[in-house]
Design a protein around this ligand. Structure first.
Ligand code: ADP
Ligand code: MG
Length: 683
C-alpha cells in the first residue's frame, strides 16, 4: 500500500506550489487524487475531418500546420496568435488569445491533434484556443473520452488529468478491493482497479457505464451497510415502553368521528408502543386527511403512560396553530401543553424550558429549535415531526443522544419511495391515510392567463360578498427581486388601493416578525380580512375553513407538490372551493404539468409526478433533507443500482458469518471510517 498513500509530490510536474493547491482541494495522497472523480466527460475520441466539423460542437481533428504562427501584440494584456491548419478535406483558421507560449510550440508543417469548437458563420469559420498535441507525442488531452474534473483556481483540467494518469499507473495494482469477488459476480460488478481506470480513462462510453456502476454500487452499499449497523447499535428495546392505552376518553373528546384510515394509523401506533420496541413510523396522508389528530392520539397515549411528547413543526406559524388547536383538545383531557419557539422572549422560553425539565407539561409544540437548542426533557417518550420528509438520520441521532431514544412519528403529505425512505430513515414503518374526512369537496382548479384577470377579480369580489375569504399567493416578497415575478408587498398595496378599496386586504410574508405574522394570520382566521396576500409561508398546514379561494400568481414558479399544498389551504370547510393558477408561461411542458394539477386532487399522484420530474435531490432539497451527498451515485438516476445495493447490504448484514470473513475486512474498515462512533453519519 506504500504508493497509494504517497504524497502527490511523488508525481512528475507536481512541485511544492501545486501540491499546496491540491491540498486545498483535499488531495494530498495519490489515493486522494484517483478518488477525485470527473464531473462529466467530453467526447474527444472521434477524429472528425475538418470539412465535417459542426459549428458550436466541440470536436477532435487531426491537421498539419500550414502557416507560420504569427503573434500580434494588440494592446497591453491582449496578444493574438494566428495560423492556418489543414487536413485532406479543408483548411481552417486558428486563433489563440494570450497563449503566445503555448501557440509558439506549434511548428510549421508538423501534424497535430486538435480539440476545439468551430465558431463563426458563412463569412468565415475559425477555432479559438483549441488544445493540441503532437501526433508523434500524444498525451491525455486528445483522442479519447476526456474526463472533466471539478477544479479550483490555479489547477487546470489538464494538470489533474495528467496527474491522475500517472497516479493510476503507479498505484492501481495496490488498490484495495472492497467488494469481494463473489459479491461482484452476483451483481455483475467490475473490479476496483477496472472501475478506477474506467472512470478516469474510459475506452468507450460503455466501459464508462461499467466503471461508474461499480463505484455507485460500492458507495450505496457501504452507506446501506453502515446505516444498518448504526441501527443495530441503537437499542432494539425501548427504554420508554408503554402499556396499551384505552382510547375511549380521547375519542369521546373529539368533535368528529375518526375516518377508518385515521383509526388504522392510530392502531398501528398503539401496537408499536405496546410492542416494547422503539417506534419509527411515518404517517403519510394527503393535505387535509387529518394527520394532526393522529399525532394528538399518539401524544395522548404517551401522556397516559407518564411520558412527554414533542411535536416539531417546520414553521412558527404552523407551530402556533398546532399549539392553539391541540391546547383546546388536550387540556380538557388533562394533557398539559406548551409552545416553544425561537421567537418567544428569553423569559418566556425560560419558563417553558423549566416546565419541560420538571415535567409540568406533557406535550411540547415548537419548531426545530426544540431539538437543536438546549432543551432538557424530563421524560421524553415521543417525538412527532410534522409535515416533513426532512427528519433524517442525523436529526434522529441527535435526539437519541438526548438520552431516551424516544419513539419517532413523522407526519408527511409526501409519499416517499421505499428506497429513499430507507436511505432517509434507515428502517421506517409507514401508515397511509388514504381517506379524506367526510364532506370534503374537490377543489376546482383552473389555469388562466392575464386575459382572465378582470373575471377573476370579479370572482374574488363575489366570494367576499358571500362572506368567504381568499388567499392570494405571490412568489416574491418585495418589488425588484425579479421583475417578472409578482411581489406580495406591491400586489397587496395595488389590490387594496386600486382594485378592492372596499374590501379588507392583509399581507403576510416570511420576512415579517413572527408576532406580526401570527397576529395577521389570527385576524384573517377570525374573519377580519377578506383577502390575504401571502408568500408560501402559508404553504403548510394553515387552517382557515372559511377560505374558499386560492389564487396563485406566477404559478409556473412553484413545484407541483407545493401548489398542491397551497391548494390544500382551501376546501377545508363545507363550502365549495376553488383554486386559480395564473401563468403566462408558454412552455408546453410547464403547461402540461400545471394542467395535470387541474385534473387531479390526488396529492400522491401529484407527488409522484413531481418526484419523477425533478428527482429527489431537488424535490427534497438535498441540503436540508438529511439526504447524504453521494460522490458518484445520484439518487435520481441510479435508483436501480441503489435498490440492488440495498438488497446486497441486507444480505450482508443479515449474515453474521460474512462480516467475519477476511475478504470483507477492507469493507468493514471503510465503513467504520465513515460512520463515527457517536452515531452521526458522515458520508
Ligand atoms: P393534515 O393531514 O393536512 O394535517 P389536519 O389534521 O390539519 O390535516 O386536518 C384538516 C381538518 O380536518 C382539520 O380542521 C381537522 O379538524 C379536520 N378533521 C380531521 N379529521 C377529521 C374527521 N375524521 N372528520 C372530520 N373532520 C376532520
Ligand atoms: Mg397537518
Amino acid at each position: 500500500m506504500a504508493k497509494l498513500f504517497e504524497s502527490v509530490r511523488y508525481l512528475k510536474g507536481v512541485g511544492e506550489a501545486r501540491a499546496k493547491l491540491f491540498a486545498s482541494m483535499g488531495i494530498t495522497t495519490l489515493y486522494d487524487l484517483i478518488s477525485w472523480f470527473p464531473r462529466t466527460y467530453e467526447d474527444r475520441s472521434r477524429i472528425v475531418p475538418i470539412s465535417e466539423l459542426q459549428a458550436d460542437e466541440p470536436a477532435c481533428f487531426r491537421a498539419f500546420v500550414t502557416s507560420q504562427p504569427r503573434t500580434h501584440h494588440i494592446r497591453k494584456g491582449l496578444d493574438l496568435t494566428k495560423l492556418t491548419v489543414a487536413d485532406d478535406t479543408a483548411r481552417l483558421n486558428i486563433t489563440f488569445f494570450n497563449q503566445r507560449y503555448a501557440a509558439g510550440s506549434l511548428e510549421y508543417a508538423r501534424e497535430y491533434y486538435f480539440y476545439g469548437t468551430l465558431t463563426g458563420d458563412y463569412l468565415g469559420y475559425q477555432i479559438t484556443n483549441p488544445v493540441f498535441e503532437d501526433v508523434d507525442r500524444p498525451g491525455v488531452l486528445t483522442r479519447r473520452i476526456m474526463p472533466v474534473y471539478p477544479l479550483t483556481a490555479g489547477v487546470s483540467n489538464g494538470l489533474i488529468a495528467r496527474s491522475v494518469k500517472q497516479a493510476l499507473d503507479a498505484c492501481l495494482a495496490e488498490l484495495p478491493e472492497i467488494l469481494p469477488e463473489p459479491l461482484r459476480r452476483q451483481y455483475g460488478l467490475c473490479s476496483a482497479a477496472e472501475a478506477y481506470r474506467g472512470i478516469h480513462a474510459p475506452e468507450s462510453f460503455e466501459a464508462l457505464d461499467v466503471a461508474r456502476r461499480r463505484l455507485v454500487f460500492e458507495e450505496f452499499f457501504i452507506f446501506s451497510v453502515g446505516l444498518s449497523l448504526l441501527r443495530g447499535r441503537r437499542s432494539r428495546h425501548s427504554r420508554v415502553p408503554m402499556e396499551r392505552t384505552d382510547l375511549s376518553a380521547f375519542l369521546a373528546a373529539l368533535p368528529f368521528t375518526l375516518t377508518g384510515a385515521q383509526r388504522r394509523a392510530i392502531d398501528e401506533i398503539a401496537a408499536d408502543f405496546a410492542s416494547g420496541g422503539v417506534m419509527n413510523r411515518m404517517v403519510q396522508g394527503d393535505v387535509g386527511s387529518g394527520k394532526t389528530v393522529v399525532a394528538a392520539a399518539a401524544a395522548w397515549m404517551a401522556a397516559q403512560n407518564g411520558l412527554q411528547s414533542a411535536l416539531m413543526a417546520p414553521t412558527e406559524i404552523l407551530a402556533e396553530q398546532h399549539a392553539r388547536s391541540l391546547e383546546r383538545l388536550m387540556t380538557p383531557l388533562g394533557v398539559r401543553t406548551t409552545l416553544l419557539t425561537g421567537s418567544m422572549t428569553a423569559a418566556q422560553k425560560k419558563i417553558a424550558r423549566q416546565a419541560i425539565a420538571e415535567h409540568r407539561v406533557d406535550l411540547i409544540i415548537g419548531t426545530h429549535a426544540l431539538i437543536t437548542e438546549a432543551t432538557d426533557f424530563k421524560n421524553l417518550g415521543l417525538v412527532i415531526a410534522d409535515e416533513q420528509h426532512r427528519f433524517g438520520v442525523a436529526q434522529r441521532a441527535a435526539l437519541a443522544e438526548k438520552g431516551n431514544d424516544p419513539h419517532i412519528l413523522v407526519m408527511s403529505a409526501t409519499p416517499i419511495p421505499r428506497t429513499l425512505a430507507r436511505i432517509l430513515y434507515g428502517d421506517l414503518d409507514i401508515s397511509v391515510i388514504d381517506e379524506l374526512p367526510p364532506g370534503r369537496q374537490k377543489v376546482d382548479t383552473f389555469l388562466v392567463g392575464e386575459d382572465m384577470r378582470a373575471r377573476i377579480n370579479a370572482f374574488i369580489r363575489k366570494q367576499a360578498a358571500e362572506g368567504r375569504q381568499c388567499f392570494i399567493v405571490c412568489p416574491a416578497i418585495e418589488e425588484g427581486e425579479d421583475e417578472n415575478l409578482r411581489s406580495a408587498e406591491a400586489w397587496a398595496e395595488t389590490l387594496q388601493k386600486a382594485v378592492f378599496p372596499d374590501l379588507r386586504v392583509a399581507l403576510v410574508h416570511g420576512r415579517m416578525k413572527s408576532a406580526q405574522k401570527d397576529e395577521t394570520m389570527r385576524a384573517f382566521a377570525a374573519g377580519d380580512y377578506d383577502i390575504l396576500v401571502a408568500t408560501t409561508v402559508i404553504e403548510v398546514g394553515v387552517d382557515v375553513p372559511n377560505a374558499t379561494l386560492m389564487v396563485v400568481e406566477n404559478a409556473d414558479r412553484f413545484g407541483l407538490s407545493q401548489l398542491h399544498q397551497l391548494r390544500g389551504r382551501v376546501g377545508r370547510g363545507s363550502a365549495k372551493s376553488y383554486c386559480v393558477l395564473f401563468s403566462s408561461n408558454k412552455n408546453q411542458e410547464t403547461l402540461r404539468r400545471l394542467k395535470a394539477l387541474c385534473k387531479t386532487n390526488d396529492g400522491f399522484e401529484i407527488s409522484r409526478e413531481d418526484l419523477a420530474l425533478r428527482g429527489p435531490g431537488d424535490f427534497f432539497g438535498t441540503r436540508q433533507s438529511g439526504l447524504p451527498a453521494f460522490k458518484v451515485g445520484s439518487l435520481s438516476m441510479d435508483l436501480e443500482t441503489l435498490r440492488q445495493a440495498q438488497t446486497a447490504a441486507a444480505e450482508f448484514v443479515g449474515s453474521e458469518e460474512l462480516a467475519k470473513r477476511p475478504e470483507y475486512a477492507p469493507l468493514m474498515e471503510r465503513i467504520r471510517a465513515l460512520f463515527t462512533e457517536n452515531g452521526t453519519v458522515e458520508v
